[in-house]
Design a protein around this ligand. Structure first.
Ligand code: 4AD
Ligand code: MG
Length: 462
């Protein structure tokens, strides 16, 4: 018999039918003449209640099971007399795939802290909180693809190994290519790790933007959705060494169009998850952060605030607040400043645009004032910077000067400069940090708890 996912069984209307359910035991309880097993298969938050009566020949085996055991149950799906569930499963046959030793299995009935769960990243997906976050992550990914596909964007797979530093910030992981069977040795016979990528420098990508610009120069509207890497040693609740980024890039588009897209995009994703993942969102609201549903509804109902960087500095200066980092025109906004603007001043997402040239990357388009660039960041309550984007410098001469001023070697960017020599066009795009979006949506405080396998300066377990 084919198994049915528990999410489907719980909404099934054809009752008194034989079914097969498979999953892991969350809890086991015995009443006077019954054994109850709560079975979960990750398809949804809710468990399927399995009943084994005392007179059943299965009773002893069922009563001997533990939290974490993997189980298949054949039985009759019947209407449940219990409150809070429509159906339950009367067991007729049990397949025990594997029990879990209660003396060592770390996930017991009580609630565990997220810090503790980080130490068992291989088991934490079995908890309610991580199940909910991982399903919301999946819904967001689907929403993102659907948003761009509906608008005619072409999904581009940009490389993970690159030869250039998109952000020019020097936060690159270098790639060393060597064959484990033929390790290079130095004169003393020690392994020489100084080899690079087939004789040339290579890095893990910090952003797919430059490659996306190539593609937008041919296909007009593209987006990337892939892993990116930053060798910044920031041990914060918002930084990962490996994170996923979504980067749309549009030809024939300016900064205003870029901001409009970012706003419509976030509204679409929130709307989608409110429709498809509401049970998991409600769980996060209850367990993680009591404000997330209100935030989600505000996102889709209200337009975002917009203000220039210069205005933002003025607002911060007259806020009367004491910040740890200085507020001064020309300095970058720190997370405390970003959060003040979104959380306290605007009480909703705010798009800050036209940043000082000196604090932004070489590719951002120089404004007429020559002191600012056509950059924009979407700042949101709790998380701070969620999106960073800009109109790109499409003028060859200006771009060349910007590269030189920032001490970057134009020879490395020859192909990027070529795009400005052949059919150059105003274009713009942005990057959304996927994990920051999941943090914002679920209320999770630490970015390590919204990605299945966090990579941070703490090191890598597996
Ligand atoms: O602002 P960033 O550095 O912009 C870029 O990489 C551009 N090339 C994007 C573009 O215009 N196509 O990064 C974009 C977003 C940030 O707003 C933030 O949400 C996220 O990526 N991000 C990180 N997320 C987790 N850990 C880190 N270390 C991150 N660094 C950036
Ligand atoms: Mg940024």
């Amino acid at each position: 018999m084919q198994a049915t996912r528990i999410g489907e069984l719980l909404t099934q209307t054809a009752l008194d039918t034989p079914v097969l359910a498979q999953g892991w035991v969350r809890t086991r309880r015995e009443l006077k003449d019954l054994c109850f097993l709560e079975l979960n298969d990750g398809s949804c938050l809710a468990n399927l209640q399995v009943l084994v009566p005392k007179e059943s020949p299965l009773y002893d085996r069922a009563a001997g099971l533990h939290t974490g055991a993997a189980l298949g149950v054949n039985g009759l799906l019947v209407a449940s007399p219990a409150q809070g569930q429509r159906v339950e499963l009367q067991a007729q046959a049990l397949t025990i795939y594997g029990d879990a030793d209660p003396n060592s299995y770390p996930l017991q009935k009580k609630r565990h802290s997220f810090e503790f769960l980080r130490t068992i990243a291989h088991l934490r997906p079995r908890t309610n909180s991580f199940g909910a976050v991982l399903r919301i992550r999946n819904h967001c990914a689907m929403a993102i693809h659907q948003f761009f596909q509906e608008r005619g964007f072409v999904w581009m797979h940009t490389p993970i190994l690159t030869a250039s530093d998109c952000e020019g910030a020097g936060e690159l992981f270098t790639v060393t290519g060597f064959n484990l069977n033929h390790l290079p040795r130095n004169d003393q016979g020690a392994v020489d790790f100084g080899q690079d990528f087939f004789g040339r420098p290579a890095y893990l990508t910090v952003s797919g933007q430059l490659e996306a610009e190539i593609m937008a120069s041919a296909l007009s509207k593209v987006y990337t959705f892939g892993p990116t890497f930053r060798a910044e040693n920031s041990n914060t609740s918002r930084h990962l060494a490996e994170f996923w980024m979504i980067e749309p890039e549009m030809a024939f588009c300016d900064l205003a169009g870029d901001m409009d897209l970012a706003e419509a995009f976030l509204q679409y994703v929130f709307n989608y998850v409110l429709e498809t993942g509401i049970a998991d969102l409600e769980f996060c609201q209850q367990r993680i952060d009591a404000t997330i549903l209100e935030t989600a509804h505000n996102i889709i109902q209200q337009s975002f605030a917009r203000m220039s960087y210069t205005e933002a500095i003025e607002q911060l200066q007259k806020s009367g607040k004491t910040f740890t980092y200085p507020v001064e025109w020309g300095l970058d906004l720190q997370s405390e400043h970003e959060r003040y603007l979104a959380e306290e001043l605007c009480k909703k997402p705010v798009i800050v645009y036209d940043y000082p040239t000196q604090i932004k990357a070489f590719y951002m388009r120089l404004n007429q004032d020559e002191t600012t660039v056509a950059a924009m960041d979407v700042l949101v309550p709790r998380v701070g910077e969620l999106i960073g984007g800009s109109q790109r410098e499409e003028r060859h001469d200006v771009l060349l000067k910007r590269l030189q001023n920032q001490g970057l070697d134009p020879a490395v960017y020859w192909w990027y400069l070529d795009l400005r020599r052949y059919g150059t066009v105003p274009h713009a795009g942005f990057g959304l940090g996927f994990e920051r979006l999941i943090q914002f949506m679920t209320g999770m405080g630490n970015i390590r708890d919204v990605i299945p396998f966090p990579r941070t300066p703490d090191g890598i377990d597996f």
